[in-house]
Design a protein around this ligand. Structure first.
Ligand SMILES: [Zn+2]
Ligand SMILES: [Zn+2]
Length: 699
């Protein structure tokens, strides 16, 4: 009787053994349905052990081999195993991301659900001639794109032809390394042609029979981008993968990638697990973007996993950004990554936007936008050009205060202010979703004159439409774009000139090029300058560079106006000078002094529970266990006392933290491996906890 060890997506860390019914072609990587307790779950076979440690009579059979999806290939299994170990996540949960979504369970029972034999996993790297032949075989199938496009055989010439010499050198540096591992950091100002450069390298990889994995942040994955990529390759099939894609479409792309039909897989973070038997090159665009960090459910960082995968497969990986993460820039500084710089803007005649500062002082009561900003918008309206008013969301949320007694509208479940939503006359909590109607009077003193504080995008929109009654204004934020496709619809209206002023939050920073957009005004940036979050300035700089890049991308000159009380701040000065590198070095010096990443590696134990006492007791025990484990390992890690984050209570749960740190990643992981089982053995029933490796921030 053969036995299969199956990882299923449940919190338990171990995998379970099942017996394989006769004739069922199960192998490592097969996607199967198995019974777990009373449920039937989809899992992945991670091992075919010679025998089980479980008494054979107690083993349950595999219910079904899922026949309509390819098995998870060997390198993806190894990547998932690495991620499970590194981030301390159950392997089954990581594999649930790494396996394609499966259809509904077969209605037939048992092994008769099998519809076709599983294919052997194709994990060999760099078999370029085999790749090309598999692709042409695949192309004859009716559901896949037809025969190669005439432009397919030499797409390099097609894409590369438009490159300037600097871009050509950068693309060439990458293509020279095809067939071996190397990490590139492609750094260039907005509009310097990063996309064209990596697409040229990608075209070469495809021309040599390889597949290319192109990762982009969630919000950038627009139909326009997919079209642009497809066009760059003269119609070479592009598979698109993201989490909002319907399961059937995702399954199709997965299969096209696994069988080599999709030569380019363009996707968001989950695509890092796509099956790519002929993988030749990985590109991570906007590598600094926070959306590569998976925070819900299982946790991993797709950029970091992309590098692991490239190393494993022996292929180059390109990280592209105008504002690289400090981690990546540091790796380039110490020579671990090769830095490729693109200097000039690629569009002939286009100039970088000029940056000007406007003080907040002298703002009229209740006003949000300073007079010089309004004047600049007025000028644009006069010339039929467009303006973008960018609001740094943090600190820009309006709340409700009683000036008579000091009462503030707070969430009953969180240590947070409720946010005033004028249109729906509601107060809402942005942490837990709690909402209630705005009360007519202060619940404490009865005062009927409650004052909204903080501006908010709605107030901003009001002020703009009072001042410019003729202007067509569109607001883009979480309230207006919850519907799928709503943002794309607004972008379309901006492109076609139906909008004069665009108002909104970070969503606006990315993606689209609007040729008639010549003014970007930035409000509320000061809130991030002195934030407790150690990554706040790095993030703000990236956002401002990105949003500033929206101005004047075509032939019209662009201007960026920043409304601030701290114009002398090094961040703004670096922005003016378009000097990312010296600013990054300043930030790195600060990080080094504070012993923060990339000079140390962090893991944050987050605990939450109904009672503060339970949380504190758990963390006190965890602290003691950590110190014991550190002592046993020779003391190369540090453990800080438990602390309470500023959002001390969220959704009714008390929160507490414990930070562990080490100069060595290896030592930190040795500690986590020793510490985690001790924490599990505590059997804390009233406290939920998790360890966040490489946390985004410490709040
Ligand atoms: Zn009051
Ligand atoms: Zn709340």
């Amino acid at each position: 009787m053969s036995v299969a060890r199956v990882a299923v997506p449940i919190a338990a860390r171990q995998s379970f053994d099942y017996w394989v019914p006769d004739g069922l072609p199960v192998l490592r990587g097969s996607v199967v349905r198995v019974g777990v307790g009373a449920r039937t779950l989809v899992g992945v076979v991670v091992e075919m052990p010679r025998e089980s440690e479980v008494d054979p009579t107690r083993l349950r059979p595999i219910v079904e081999l899922v026949g309509d999806v390819a098995p998870v290939p060997e390198d993806v299994l190894r990547l998932a195993t690495f991620a499970a170990d590194y981030y301390g996540q159950p392997l089954g949960s990581i594999l649930a991301c790494a396996a394609p979504p499966v259809g509904a369970a077969s209605r037939r029972s048992g092994v008769r659900g099998v519809t076709k034999p599983a294919r052997a996993p194709a994990a060999s790297a760099g078999a370029s001639s085999a790749g090309a032949s598999a692709a042409s075989t695949g192309a004859s199938s009716t559901e896949s794109p037809a025969a190669p496009h005439p432009g397919w055989h030499d797409p390099g010439a097609r894409v590369g032809g438009a490159l300037n010499s600097e871009q050509q050198r950068a693309a060439h540096a990458v293509t020279e390394t095809l067939g071996r591992f190397e990490t590139f950091l492609l750094h260039g100002v907005t509009g310097s042609g990063k996309t064209e450069t990596y697409l040229a390298a990608a075209a070469e990889a495809v021309a040599r029979g390889g597949q290319v994995l192109l990762l982009v942040p969630e919000i950038n994955l627009t139909p326009q981008l997919a079209a642009r990529v497809a066009a760059a390759f003269g119609g070479t099939p592009v598979g698109v993968l993201h989490s909002r894609l319907a399961a059937g479409a995702r399954r199709t792309t997965w299969r096209d990638a696994a069988e080599g039909r999709a030569r380019i897989v363009l996707g968001t973070r989950l695509a890092v697990f796509a099956p790519l038997p002929w993988l030749g090159l990985i590109v991570v665009d906007e590598e600094h973007d926070d959306s590569y960090r998976q925070e819900e459910g299982v946790r991993y960082h797709a950029r970091d996993l992309a590098i692991v995968r490239a190393r494993e497969r022996g292929v180059p990986v390109v990280l592209a950004s105008a504002t690289p993460s400090l981690e990546s820039f540091h790796r380039a500084e110490v020579g671990a990554y090769r830095l490729l710089c693109l200097g000039a803007r690629a569009v002939p005649g286009a100039r970088p936007p000029s940056v000007r500062f406007v003080t907040n002082r002298g703002l009229a009561a209740g006003a949000v936008v300073a007079a010089p900003v309004l004047e600049a918008i007025g000028e644009r309206l006069g010339r039929a050009e467009q303006s973008l008013v960018f609001v740094n969301r943090r600190g820009f949320s309006p709340s409700l205060l009683c000036h008579a007694c000091g009462w503030a509208a707070c969430c009953p479940h969180c240590t947070a202010r409720l946010v005033l939503h004028r249109e729906s006359r509601e107060l809402r909590c942005h942490h837990c979703g709690f909402a209630r109607r705005v009360a007519p009077a202060c619940p404490t003193c009865g005062n009927q004159d409650l004052t909204p504080v903080g501006a908010g995008t709605q107030r901003l929109e009001e002020q703009l439409s009072e001042r410019f009654p003729q202007a067509r204004i569109a607001r883009v934020d979480r309230d207006t774009t919850t519907r799928r496709g709503a943002f794309a619809a607004v972008a379309q209206r901006v492109s076609s000139g139906e909008i004069d002023i665009l108002v909104g939050t970070q969503m606006l920073a990315k993606g689209h090029d609007f040729p008639r957009l010549t003014l970007v005004a930035v409000l509320g940036a000061d809130n991030a300058l002195y934030s407790a979050d150690f990554r706040a300035t790095e993030r703000l700089f990236a956002q401002l560079v990105q949003v500033g890049g929206r101005a004047g991308r075509a032939r019209l000159a662009g201007e960026v106006l920043i409304q601030t009380d701290f114009a002398e701040h090094p961040l703004f000065q670096a922005l003016c000078a378009q000097d990312y590198q010296s600013f990054a070095r300043t930030l790195l010096a600060e990080r080094r002094a504070a012993d923060l990443p990339p000079y140390s590696h962090l893991a944050l134990l987050e605990a939450q529970g109904r009672s503060r006492e339970d949380v504190e007791r758990f963390l006190a025990d965890a602290w003691r266990l950590a110190r014991e484990a550190i002592a046993a390992l020779g003391g190369r890690c540090e453990c800080f006392p438990p602390s309470t984050p500023s959002l001390a209570r969220r959704a009714g749960l008390e929160r507490g933290h414990l930070l562990v740190q080490s100069a060595s990643r290896r030592d930190l992981h040795a500690l986590l491996r020793a510490w985690r089982p001790e924490l599990e053995a505590q059997g804390a029933r009233r406290v939920r906890w998790r360890v966040d490796v490489d946390p985004a921030d410490l709040g």
